[in-house]
Ligand binder design. Sequence first.
Ligand code: UDP
Length: 385
Amino acid sequence: MQFDYLIVGAGLYGAVFAHEMTKAGKTCCVIDRRDHIAGNIYTEKKNGINVHKYGAHIFHTSDREVWEYVQKFAQFNHYINCPVARYGSELYNLPFNMNTFSKMWNIQTPAQAMEIIERQRKEAAVENPSNLEEQALSLAGRDVYTKLIKGYTEKQWGRDCKELPAFIIKRLPFRFTFDNNYFNDPYQGIPVGGYTGIVEKLLEGIPVYTGVDFKKAVREVPVEDGNVFEWNGDTFAKVLYTGMIDEFFDDCYGPLEYRSLHFESEELPDVDNFQGNAVVNYTEREVPFTRIIEHKFFEFGKDSETGEPIKGTIITREYPATWEKGMEPYYPVNNEKNDAVYEKYRALAAEKKNVLFGGRLGLYKYFDMDKVIRASLDAVREELA
Ligand code: UDP
């Protein structure tokens, strides 16, 4: 059979693309090298709890079209992310807000907090922040940086804060109000029943094969007026590739750097409430994990099907790890050096007319879920134009 598209990667980008293209009358087939769909947003139900297998995913967006789009595939609950940070025995609210400052300095008003931060900013004497450390110091001052940012960031990224781009810390809100909402976006929630169902619905009616590695199974063959891809006796006019772009090109410009993660989950049948919150960050350098997720609290401790309180709990410790070949790449490391290498791959990709690249790995970009959907919808529009 002749398909229009072979979609490599059954994550959010690939699934949205496959869905929209199929709706537009194109024929699509999806492969993924993992043994399940949904990429890193995969959730799996265990003891009534939807476990976020590849780390916490909280959907949030300012993009109304994207918000309306996801509503078609799931009902969202009213979860608002309010993580807590633990530094030794001290607990702080995140993101950086009046609750954080009040606890840090035993102060009560925004004016007091501003005065302290202003003083610490002056002491740090940063003019134009050019890296994460300078950005954090000029935003929040020395105390917040030392207790809540430096240790967490250095273990998360495996390098000094001076070697990291400033934009990473700009992801977090910083405000002088008593507001613990981790995001500024107007739309936020967790899909009732987990994320896997969204991807299942997106891929309904489309042939999907898991456990298939593109590099091993698919070959590009020349035909009279160009090239097609061939797999399993079928041919594909075009490929959407959402894997690592450097791997696609056999690392010809050298490998890009990624950050990996390692998860350790624990089922605690006799504990109903381990930490009282879905997300607790451990901001000290000495603690080897960055956060503990207590999955049941993404759905308020209740079974999403029965509405009954869940007995027992499941927690997951998240350990950052150096990425090496064969490991899961979770985060692109978007510093100057890597972005320059990526630019070379992007130029090579632009020459390949029968391959599109997408997603966090194909575009080498630290995308959130809503941005992934936006980028995929835009790619569909461009493709159909
Ligand atoms: N961060 C921090 N302390 C925290 C939480 C986050 O310093 O307690 C910094 C850290 O550099 C991290 C960045 O903020 O990489 C972005 O955090 P976010 O929670 O958005 O990251 P993600 O959930 O995507 O890993």
